[in-house]
Design a protein around this ligand. Structure first.
Ligand code: AMP
Ligand code: MG
Length: 397
Protein backbone atom coordinates (compact mmCIF):
# COMPACT_ATOMS: atom_id res chain seq x y z
CA UNK A 1 0.00 0.00 0.00
CA UNK A 2 1.27 3.45 -0.89
CA UNK A 3 2.28 5.46 2.17
CA UNK A 4 0.45 8.77 2.02
CA UNK A 5 0.97 9.61 5.68
CA UNK A 6 2.36 13.01 6.46
CA UNK A 7 3.67 13.83 9.93
CA UNK A 8 3.38 17.51 10.70
CA UNK A 9 3.67 19.74 13.75
CA UNK A 10 0.63 20.57 15.85
CA UNK A 11 0.90 24.20 14.73
CA UNK A 12 0.94 23.16 11.08
CA UNK A 13 -2.13 20.99 11.76
CA UNK A 14 -3.93 23.98 13.29
CA UNK A 15 -3.00 26.18 10.33
CA UNK A 16 -4.01 23.56 7.78
CA UNK A 17 -7.39 23.11 9.40
CA UNK A 18 -7.91 26.86 9.61
CA UNK A 19 -7.10 27.29 5.95
CA UNK A 20 -9.45 24.51 4.84
CA UNK A 21 -12.56 25.22 6.84
CA UNK A 22 -15.32 27.13 5.12
CA UNK A 23 -18.11 28.22 7.49
CA UNK A 24 -21.57 26.72 7.01
CA UNK A 25 -24.46 28.82 5.69
CA UNK A 26 -26.59 31.07 7.86
CA UNK A 27 -30.19 31.12 9.05
CA UNK A 28 -32.47 33.31 11.10
CA UNK A 29 -33.38 31.90 14.49
CA UNK A 30 -35.30 33.05 17.53
CA UNK A 31 -33.03 34.64 20.13
CA UNK A 32 -34.61 32.28 22.67
CA UNK A 33 -33.00 29.38 20.82
CA UNK A 34 -29.73 31.16 20.06
CA UNK A 35 -27.67 30.01 23.06
CA UNK A 36 -24.28 28.69 21.84
CA UNK A 37 -24.99 29.67 18.23
CA UNK A 38 -22.59 31.98 16.41
CA UNK A 39 -23.78 35.36 15.24
CA UNK A 40 -23.56 35.94 11.47
CA UNK A 41 -24.35 39.67 11.54
CA UNK A 42 -23.56 42.82 13.49
CA UNK A 43 -26.19 43.76 16.03
CA UNK A 44 -26.88 47.48 16.40
CA UNK A 45 -28.64 49.05 19.34
CA UNK A 46 -31.97 50.77 18.65
CA UNK A 47 -31.98 52.38 22.10
CA UNK A 48 -29.77 54.31 24.50
CA UNK A 49 -28.80 52.32 27.60
CA UNK A 50 -29.97 53.44 30.00
CA UNK A 51 -32.79 54.98 27.92
CA UNK A 52 -33.23 57.85 30.42
CA UNK A 53 -31.42 59.21 33.47
CA UNK A 54 -32.15 56.50 35.99
CA UNK A 55 -32.06 56.15 39.78
CA UNK A 56 -29.32 53.75 40.87
CA UNK A 57 -30.67 53.55 44.44
CA UNK A 58 -33.90 53.70 46.37
CA UNK A 59 -34.22 57.12 48.00
CA UNK A 60 -35.20 60.70 47.29
CA UNK A 61 -34.63 62.55 44.01
CA UNK A 62 -33.67 66.14 44.86
CA UNK A 63 -31.41 69.07 44.03
CA UNK A 64 -27.87 68.68 45.27
CA UNK A 65 -27.91 72.34 46.33
CA UNK A 66 -30.74 71.59 48.79
CA UNK A 67 -29.14 68.68 50.63
CA UNK A 68 -28.61 70.70 53.81
CA UNK A 69 -32.33 71.59 53.99
CA UNK A 70 -35.42 69.67 54.99
CA UNK A 71 -37.30 68.63 51.83
CA UNK A 72 -41.00 68.29 50.97
CA UNK A 73 -42.00 65.07 49.24
CA UNK A 74 -43.92 65.88 46.04
CA UNK A 75 -44.61 62.45 44.56
CA UNK A 76 -43.59 58.79 44.48
CA UNK A 77 -41.84 57.41 41.38
CA UNK A 78 -41.61 53.62 41.22
CA UNK A 79 -39.68 51.95 38.34
CA UNK A 80 -41.65 52.15 35.12
CA UNK A 81 -43.62 55.31 36.01
CA UNK A 82 -43.12 58.65 34.29
CA UNK A 83 -42.55 61.45 36.85
CA UNK A 84 -45.48 63.86 37.06
CA UNK A 85 -43.73 67.03 38.14
CA UNK A 86 -40.51 68.99 38.29
CA UNK A 87 -38.40 69.07 41.44
CA UNK A 88 -38.22 72.64 42.67
CA UNK A 89 -36.18 74.20 45.52
CA UNK A 90 -36.38 72.20 48.77
CA UNK A 91 -38.51 69.53 47.14
CA UNK A 92 -37.88 65.85 46.53
CA UNK A 93 -39.65 62.80 45.12
CA UNK A 94 -39.59 59.38 46.72
CA UNK A 95 -37.89 57.27 44.02
CA UNK A 96 -37.09 53.58 43.48
CA UNK A 97 -34.11 51.95 41.78
CA UNK A 98 -34.54 51.93 38.00
CA UNK A 99 -37.08 54.78 37.95
CA UNK A 100 -36.79 57.83 35.71
CA UNK A 101 -35.20 60.86 37.40
CA UNK A 102 -37.68 63.77 37.49
CA UNK A 103 -36.72 67.04 35.84
CA UNK A 104 -34.92 69.41 38.18
CA UNK A 105 -33.33 66.63 40.27
CA UNK A 106 -29.61 66.00 40.04
CA UNK A 107 -29.11 63.81 43.11
CA UNK A 108 -30.58 60.70 44.72
CA UNK A 109 -30.32 60.88 48.48
CA UNK A 110 -30.12 57.23 49.47
CA UNK A 111 -32.92 55.96 51.69
CA UNK A 112 -30.26 54.75 54.15
CA UNK A 113 -28.80 58.28 54.33
CA UNK A 114 -32.12 60.01 55.12
CA UNK A 115 -34.85 60.13 57.73
CA UNK A 116 -38.41 61.40 57.77
CA UNK A 117 -38.99 64.20 60.27
CA UNK A 118 -42.09 64.23 62.54
CA UNK A 119 -43.59 66.78 60.13
CA UNK A 120 -43.14 64.35 57.21
CA UNK A 121 -40.15 66.04 55.59
CA UNK A 122 -36.94 64.41 54.40
CA UNK A 123 -33.69 65.20 56.17
CA UNK A 124 -30.19 64.02 55.29
CA UNK A 125 -28.47 62.15 58.14
CA UNK A 126 -25.34 61.01 56.35
CA UNK A 127 -23.30 62.80 53.69
CA UNK A 128 -22.14 61.09 50.52
CA UNK A 129 -20.80 62.63 47.33
CA UNK A 130 -22.26 59.96 45.04
CA UNK A 131 -25.26 61.28 43.07
CA UNK A 132 -26.52 57.69 42.43
CA UNK A 133 -27.71 58.54 38.93
CA UNK A 134 -27.05 56.41 35.82
CA UNK A 135 -27.00 58.78 32.86
CA UNK A 136 -28.86 58.19 29.61
CA UNK A 137 -26.66 56.39 27.05
CA UNK A 138 -23.69 55.95 29.40
CA UNK A 139 -23.48 52.21 28.64
CA UNK A 140 -24.63 52.07 25.02
CA UNK A 141 -25.80 54.70 22.53
CA UNK A 142 -28.43 54.25 19.83
CA UNK A 143 -26.61 53.09 16.68
CA UNK A 144 -23.70 51.47 18.53
CA UNK A 145 -22.57 48.02 17.38
CA UNK A 146 -23.22 45.91 20.47
CA UNK A 147 -22.37 42.45 19.11
CA UNK A 148 -20.06 41.54 16.26
CA UNK A 149 -20.28 38.83 13.64
CA UNK A 150 -18.53 35.62 14.72
CA UNK A 151 -19.53 35.94 18.39
CA UNK A 152 -20.62 32.78 20.20
CA UNK A 153 -23.88 33.68 21.92
CA UNK A 154 -23.84 33.02 25.66
CA UNK A 155 -26.06 34.32 28.46
CA UNK A 156 -24.85 37.94 28.43
CA UNK A 157 -25.17 38.05 24.63
CA UNK A 158 -28.77 36.85 24.85
CA UNK A 159 -29.40 39.65 27.36
CA UNK A 160 -27.93 42.07 24.84
CA UNK A 161 -30.08 40.72 21.99
CA UNK A 162 -33.17 41.05 24.18
CA UNK A 163 -32.21 44.57 25.28
CA UNK A 164 -31.90 45.91 21.74
CA UNK A 165 -34.96 44.02 20.48
CA UNK A 166 -32.99 41.71 18.17
CA UNK A 167 -35.38 38.79 18.58
CA UNK A 168 -34.52 37.10 15.27
CA UNK A 169 -30.72 37.15 14.90
CA UNK A 170 -28.92 35.80 11.85
CA UNK A 171 -26.71 32.89 12.98
CA UNK A 172 -24.63 30.18 11.38
CA UNK A 173 -26.37 26.84 10.90
CA UNK A 174 -25.58 23.94 13.19
CA UNK A 175 -23.34 21.53 11.29
CA UNK A 176 -24.60 17.95 10.98
CA UNK A 177 -22.22 15.84 13.05
CA UNK A 178 -21.89 12.10 13.59
CA UNK A 179 -19.71 9.94 15.81
CA UNK A 180 -18.51 6.44 14.97
CA UNK A 181 -16.46 4.03 17.11
CA UNK A 182 -14.38 1.29 15.53
CA UNK A 183 -12.91 -1.81 17.08
CA UNK A 184 -13.55 -5.56 17.40
CA UNK A 185 -12.77 -5.28 21.10
CA UNK A 186 -15.59 -2.88 21.86
CA UNK A 187 -18.61 -3.86 23.92
CA UNK A 188 -21.74 -1.91 24.60
CA UNK A 189 -21.40 -0.20 28.05
CA UNK A 190 -24.50 -2.01 29.33
CA UNK A 191 -22.78 -5.39 29.00
CA UNK A 192 -20.02 -7.09 30.96
CA UNK A 193 -17.05 -7.34 28.57
CA UNK A 194 -15.90 -10.83 27.63
CA UNK A 195 -12.21 -11.79 27.80
CA UNK A 196 -10.14 -9.47 25.62
CA UNK A 197 -12.92 -6.91 25.24
CA UNK A 198 -13.45 -3.43 26.71
CA UNK A 199 -16.45 -1.17 26.95
CA UNK A 200 -16.85 1.50 24.30
CA UNK A 201 -16.33 4.86 25.99
CA UNK A 202 -15.14 7.12 23.18
CA UNK A 203 -18.45 7.15 21.37
CA UNK A 204 -20.16 8.65 24.41
CA UNK A 205 -17.26 10.91 25.29
CA UNK A 206 -17.11 12.44 21.82
CA UNK A 207 -20.89 12.83 21.65
CA UNK A 208 -20.79 14.60 25.03
CA UNK A 209 -17.95 16.89 23.92
CA UNK A 210 -20.07 17.89 20.93
CA UNK A 211 -23.09 18.43 23.21
CA UNK A 212 -21.02 20.66 25.50
CA UNK A 213 -20.53 22.94 22.50
CA UNK A 214 -24.31 23.35 22.26
CA UNK A 215 -24.49 21.06 19.23
CA UNK A 216 -25.60 17.48 18.90
CA UNK A 217 -24.09 14.47 17.19
CA UNK A 218 -25.74 11.30 15.92
CA UNK A 219 -23.93 8.35 17.43
CA UNK A 220 -23.80 5.71 14.72
CA UNK A 221 -22.43 3.08 17.10
CA UNK A 222 -19.61 0.56 16.91
CA UNK A 223 -18.22 -0.68 13.60
CA UNK A 224 -16.13 -3.85 13.55
CA UNK A 225 -12.57 -3.75 12.18
CA UNK A 226 -13.87 -4.77 8.80
CA UNK A 227 -13.04 -2.78 5.67
CA UNK A 228 -16.32 -3.53 3.89
CA UNK A 229 -18.51 -2.68 6.87
CA UNK A 230 -16.62 0.53 7.48
CA UNK A 231 -16.74 1.46 3.77
CA UNK A 232 -20.51 1.12 3.70
CA UNK A 233 -21.08 3.23 6.80
CA UNK A 234 -18.55 5.91 5.82
CA UNK A 235 -19.97 6.18 2.29
CA UNK A 236 -23.39 6.94 3.78
CA UNK A 237 -22.02 9.28 6.44
CA UNK A 238 -20.00 11.33 3.92
CA UNK A 239 -23.19 12.38 2.14
CA UNK A 240 -25.30 12.89 5.21
CA UNK A 241 -22.95 14.73 7.57
CA UNK A 242 -20.66 17.74 7.56
CA UNK A 243 -18.43 16.45 10.35
CA UNK A 244 -17.57 12.79 10.94
CA UNK A 245 -15.76 11.99 14.17
CA UNK A 246 -14.44 8.46 14.01
CA UNK A 247 -12.48 6.91 16.84
CA UNK A 248 -9.99 4.07 16.61
CA UNK A 249 -8.55 2.29 13.61
CA UNK A 250 -6.64 5.32 12.32
CA UNK A 251 -3.15 4.09 13.05
CA UNK A 252 -0.95 1.90 10.85
CA UNK A 253 -1.81 -1.52 12.32
CA UNK A 254 -3.21 -4.38 10.26
CA UNK A 255 -6.69 -3.82 11.64
CA UNK A 256 -6.64 -0.05 11.20
CA UNK A 257 -8.98 0.30 8.24
CA UNK A 258 -9.93 3.97 8.49
CA UNK A 259 -7.13 5.47 6.32
CA UNK A 260 -7.57 2.83 3.63
CA UNK A 261 -11.36 3.17 3.52
CA UNK A 262 -11.16 6.97 3.36
CA UNK A 263 -8.72 6.63 0.47
CA UNK A 264 -11.14 4.36 -1.41
CA UNK A 265 -13.90 6.89 -0.82
CA UNK A 266 -11.73 9.68 -2.30
CA UNK A 267 -11.50 11.65 0.92
CA UNK A 268 -8.55 14.08 0.72
CA UNK A 269 -6.30 13.30 3.65
CA UNK A 270 -4.88 16.68 4.72
CA UNK A 271 -2.61 15.06 7.27
CA UNK A 272 -2.23 11.78 9.10
CA UNK A 273 -0.03 12.20 12.14
CA UNK A 274 1.37 15.03 14.20
CA UNK A 275 4.41 15.36 16.42
CA UNK A 276 2.27 15.44 19.54
CA UNK A 277 1.30 13.20 22.43
CA UNK A 278 -1.31 12.00 23.05
CA UNK A 279 -2.96 11.77 19.65
CA UNK A 280 0.01 11.35 17.34
CA UNK A 281 -1.92 9.38 14.74
CA UNK A 282 -4.76 11.81 14.25
CA UNK A 283 -6.09 11.94 10.72
CA UNK A 284 -7.85 14.85 9.15
CA UNK A 285 -9.61 14.69 5.81
CA UNK A 286 -12.14 16.46 3.65
CA UNK A 287 -14.53 15.41 0.92
CA UNK A 288 -16.77 18.09 -0.55
CA UNK A 289 -18.34 19.87 2.39
CA UNK A 290 -17.69 17.01 4.83
CA UNK A 291 -14.76 17.04 7.24
CA UNK A 292 -13.48 13.82 8.76
CA UNK A 293 -11.51 13.68 12.00
CA UNK A 294 -10.05 10.24 12.64
CA UNK A 295 -9.23 10.21 16.34
CA UNK A 296 -6.92 7.65 17.93
CA UNK A 297 -8.85 5.05 19.94
CA UNK A 298 -7.19 5.67 23.27
CA UNK A 299 -9.74 7.63 25.29
CA UNK A 300 -7.30 10.35 26.40
CA UNK A 301 -5.99 10.84 22.87
CA UNK A 302 -9.53 11.15 21.61
CA UNK A 303 -10.55 13.48 24.45
CA UNK A 304 -7.53 15.77 24.22
CA UNK A 305 -7.45 15.97 20.43
CA UNK A 306 -11.12 16.84 20.38
CA UNK A 307 -10.45 19.67 22.85
CA UNK A 308 -7.34 21.10 21.23
CA UNK A 309 -7.99 20.55 17.53
CA UNK A 310 -11.50 19.35 16.69
CA UNK A 311 -13.35 21.84 18.87
CA UNK A 312 -11.61 24.86 17.31
CA UNK A 313 -12.30 23.26 13.91
CA UNK A 314 -16.03 22.94 14.61
CA UNK A 315 -16.07 26.47 16.03
CA UNK A 316 -14.56 27.78 12.85
CA UNK A 317 -17.04 25.78 10.79
CA UNK A 318 -19.80 27.48 12.80
CA UNK A 319 -18.36 30.88 11.90
CA UNK A 320 -16.86 31.57 15.32
CA UNK A 321 -13.96 34.02 15.17
CA UNK A 322 -12.89 33.60 18.81
CA UNK A 323 -9.69 31.78 19.71
CA UNK A 324 -9.44 29.08 22.37
CA UNK A 325 -8.58 30.47 25.78
CA UNK A 326 -5.00 29.63 26.73
CA UNK A 327 -3.79 30.89 30.12
CA UNK A 328 -0.21 31.53 31.16
CA UNK A 329 0.13 30.44 34.80
CA UNK A 330 2.96 29.52 37.19
CA UNK A 331 3.69 25.86 37.81
CA UNK A 332 3.20 24.78 41.44
CA UNK A 333 5.99 22.21 41.54
CA UNK A 334 8.79 21.13 39.25
CA UNK A 335 7.89 18.89 36.32
CA UNK A 336 10.17 16.66 34.27
CA UNK A 337 9.81 14.10 31.51
CA UNK A 338 12.25 11.71 29.89
CA UNK A 339 11.11 11.81 26.26
CA UNK A 340 11.07 15.41 25.21
CA UNK A 341 10.88 15.01 21.44
CA UNK A 342 7.25 16.06 20.97
CA UNK A 343 4.70 18.55 22.19
CA UNK A 344 2.96 16.97 25.17
CA UNK A 345 -0.48 17.62 26.65
CA UNK A 346 -0.78 16.90 30.39
CA UNK A 347 -3.85 16.96 32.65
CA UNK A 348 -3.56 19.57 35.41
CA UNK A 349 -5.50 21.06 38.30
CA UNK A 350 -5.53 24.69 39.44
CA UNK A 351 -4.65 25.48 43.05
CA UNK A 352 -6.26 28.20 45.15
CA UNK A 353 -3.02 30.17 44.83
CA UNK A 354 -3.60 30.41 41.10
CA UNK A 355 -0.85 27.95 40.22
CA UNK A 356 -1.00 24.85 38.06
CA UNK A 357 -0.34 21.36 39.36
CA UNK A 358 0.19 18.38 37.03
CA UNK A 359 -1.93 15.35 37.91
CA UNK A 360 -0.85 11.75 38.13
CA UNK A 361 -1.13 10.54 34.57
CA UNK A 362 -0.10 7.16 33.14
CA UNK A 363 -0.62 7.81 29.46
CA UNK A 364 -3.23 7.89 26.76
CA UNK A 365 -5.50 5.17 28.15
CA UNK A 366 -5.71 6.84 31.58
CA UNK A 367 -9.00 8.69 31.09
CA UNK A 368 -9.59 8.53 34.84
CA UNK A 369 -6.95 11.28 35.23
CA UNK A 370 -9.18 13.59 33.18
CA UNK A 371 -12.13 13.13 35.51
CA UNK A 372 -10.31 15.37 38.00
CA UNK A 373 -8.49 17.58 35.50
CA UNK A 374 -9.31 21.28 35.29
CA UNK A 375 -7.10 22.02 32.35
CA UNK A 376 -4.68 20.72 29.72
CA UNK A 377 -1.09 21.96 30.02
CA UNK A 378 1.06 22.22 26.90
CA UNK A 379 4.72 21.26 27.18
CA UNK A 380 6.56 22.28 24.02
CA UNK A 381 8.81 19.88 22.12
CA UNK A 382 12.37 20.05 23.42
CA UNK A 383 11.34 21.02 26.94
CA UNK A 384 12.17 18.27 29.44
CA UNK A 385 12.13 20.15 32.71
CA UNK A 386 10.06 22.98 34.06
CA UNK A 387 10.96 24.52 37.41
CA UNK A 388 8.41 25.42 40.07
CA UNK A 389 7.18 28.96 39.47
CA UNK A 390 7.92 28.92 35.73
CA UNK A 391 5.02 29.96 33.52
CA UNK A 392 3.15 27.30 31.53
CA UNK A 393 0.37 27.40 28.94
CA UNK A 394 -2.91 25.81 30.05
CA UNK A 395 -6.25 25.43 28.33
CA UNK A 396 -9.01 25.40 30.95
CA UNK A 397 -11.53 22.59 30.54
P1 AMP B 1 -6.86 2.01 18.06
O1 AMP B 1 -6.68 3.47 17.84
O2 AMP B 1 -8.05 1.46 17.34
O3 AMP B 1 -5.60 1.28 17.79
O4 AMP B 1 -7.14 1.84 19.60
C1 AMP B 1 -6.20 2.22 20.55
C2 AMP B 1 -6.66 1.82 21.93
O5 AMP B 1 -7.84 2.49 22.26
C3 AMP B 1 -6.95 0.35 22.10
O6 AMP B 1 -6.49 -0.06 23.37
C4 AMP B 1 -8.45 0.28 22.04
O7 AMP B 1 -8.97 -0.81 22.70
C5 AMP B 1 -8.87 1.59 22.66
N1 AMP B 1 -10.15 2.02 22.11
C6 AMP B 1 -10.46 2.10 20.81
N2 AMP B 1 -11.70 2.52 20.64
C7 AMP B 1 -12.21 2.73 21.87
C8 AMP B 1 -13.47 3.18 22.35
N3 AMP B 1 -14.47 3.49 21.52
N4 AMP B 1 -13.64 3.28 23.69
C9 AMP B 1 -12.64 2.97 24.52
N5 AMP B 1 -11.43 2.55 24.13
C10 AMP B 1 -11.21 2.42 22.81
MG1 MG C 1 -8.80 -0.37 16.88
Amino acid sequence: MEDKEVMISFKQAQELIESFIIPVSTEVTSFTRALNRVLAEEVISDVDMPPFNKAAMDGFACRKADLADELDITEEIPAGKKPMGIIGPRQCARIMTGAMIPEGADFILMKEHAEITPSGKVRRIKASANANICHQGEDVRTGDIVLTRGTRLLAAHLAMLASVGCTAPLVYRKPAICVISTGNELTDPGRVPEAGKIRDSNGYQLSAQVSQMGLSADYLGIVRDDGAELFKLMAEALVKYEVILISGGVSVGDYDYVPEVLGKLHVDILFHGMHVRPGKRLLFGKKGSCYVAGLPGNPVSSFVQFEVLVKPMINRLMGCTGRPLILLLPLEKAYSRKKKDTLLFVPVAFTEKGTVIPLEYHGSAHIHAYTVAMGIMEIPAGVGEIKAGEMVHVRPL
